[in-house]
Design a protein around this ligand. Structure first.
Ligand code: KG4
Ligand code: ZN
Length: 341
């Protein structure tokens, strides 16, 4: 370890993963520990906010100790503490924020508040050492669907967003309707491999005057209507075809807008981030579209697409380098906007 190395202890608890990591100089992950609550929330078919908070408080100390020991470092070697302070479930965020503040206060360490989506985007810096802004990024998670220009470290311009459901939310709701259960995205991804993506043609939403905005609630309703109609008329439902056709409609909506924006904004470096970026069909289609046009495509490996603390450590490092510091009054901001402090 060099003396000038910056070691960030990062904490993430915005939804249903309690996570901590130690990241060196923004790009090298020394440890990345995740305690998933999926089994707990599966019983209820989705994330139950109060249960998530309670589980975070139970696990957080254990997860942080593990992250430090996996990295073979002690708190004495940590340069700063980074923590997700929004957006997310308020009770869940508060656990991580309170914990990070307590550690920073006790050790007199700088505290850096991180935007969860900035974290998702920065996950790309971990595996793609040559990647630097500016680039165009498609952020697709359970709570967000944004098309973002990352102009510089910590500088973002949102050029498109969903008007209703996030892409991941649509995956989760459709999976529930087909009876695949929670979390829906990975299950649809798996089942769709056995189906025909052109078996059912679902409508594509286009928003007048906002070519880069998305809308997935109409698609979700179309799937539900298809299911109701098939049940009422006694038509056979093939879950694999339904999953593949729905997934194809989402992927087409995402890829077409990214390609349109890349042309308009004259960028040739395209980045994906967020849980849905681990979708195999989205990755394949985006890669093909990029290859056809000679664009470079970057995407984290699936484990770094979904929620983790290593990505928060990467984002915290670049904010730290810019001199961003949180005060002892740092609070959770459930609807924090990207680019705002
Ligand atoms: O980024 P993430 O872990 O948490 C949020 O910040 O929301 O994203 C979770 C979302 C869920 O909606 C999940 O169903 C979706 O990402 N997801 C997927 C896949 N893996 C996770 N969606 C489609 N295909 C996947 N393979
Ligand atoms: Zn996330």
């Amino acid at each position: 370890m060099q003396e000038k190395d910056v070691l960030i202890l990062a904490v993430e608890s915005s939804c249903d993963e309690t996570a901590a990591a130690v990241v060196k100089n923004g790009r090298e992950v020394l440890s990345n520990v995740i305690s998933s609550q999926i089994d707990l929330h599966t019983l209820y078919g989705g994330v139950v906010p109060e249960l998530a908070s309670r589980k975070h408080i139970e696990k957080i100390n254990q997860v942080i100790s593990q992250a430090l020991s996996d990295a073979s470092v002690t708190l004495d070697q940590i340069t700063a503490v980074g923590v997700t302070y929004g957006p997310g479930l308020v009770g869940a965020l508060l656990v991580g924020v309170a914990e990070a503040k307590a550690i920073a206060f006790a050790r007199n360490l700088p505290l850096v508040g991180v935007h969860h989506i900035e974290g998702h985007i920065c996950a790309n810096f971990i595996e793609h050492k040559d990647l630097e802004p500016p680039f165009l990024c498609l952020v697709v998670s359970g709570g967000h669907t944004h098309l973002v220009m990352m102009k510089d470290y910590g500088e973002f311009e949102i050029i498109g967003r969903t008007r209703d459901d996030a892409a991941g939310e649509a995956f989760d709701k459709v999976a529930r309707a087909i009876g695949l259960g929670y979390p829906g995205g990975p299950k649809i991804d798996r089942v769709a491999k056995e189906g025909d993506p052109h078996a059912i043609v679902f409508p594509q939403a286009h928003i007048e005057g906002s070519p880069y905005d998305f809308s997935f609630s109409g698609l979700k309703s179309a799937v539900l209507n298809y299911l109701n109609h098939a049940q009422m008329t006694g038509q056979e439902i093939k879950p694999a075809d339904l999953a593949a056709s729905f997934q194809n409609a989402v992927v087409e909506a995402l890829v077409s807008r990214v390609m349109m924006a890349a042309k308009e904004y004259k960028v040739d470096r395209l980045v994906m981030a967020g849980g849905v970026a681990s979708n195999s069909s989205l990755r394949e289609n985006m890669r093909n579209a990029c290859e056809e046009r000679g664009y470079q495509m970057y995407c984290p490996s699936p484990a770094l697409c979904t929620d983790n603390a290593a990505m928060i450590g990467a984002a915290a490092y670049y904010e730290y380098r810019k001199g961003v510091r949180a005060g002892w009054d740092l609070n959770a901001v459930p609807n924090l906007k990207l680019g705002e402090r």
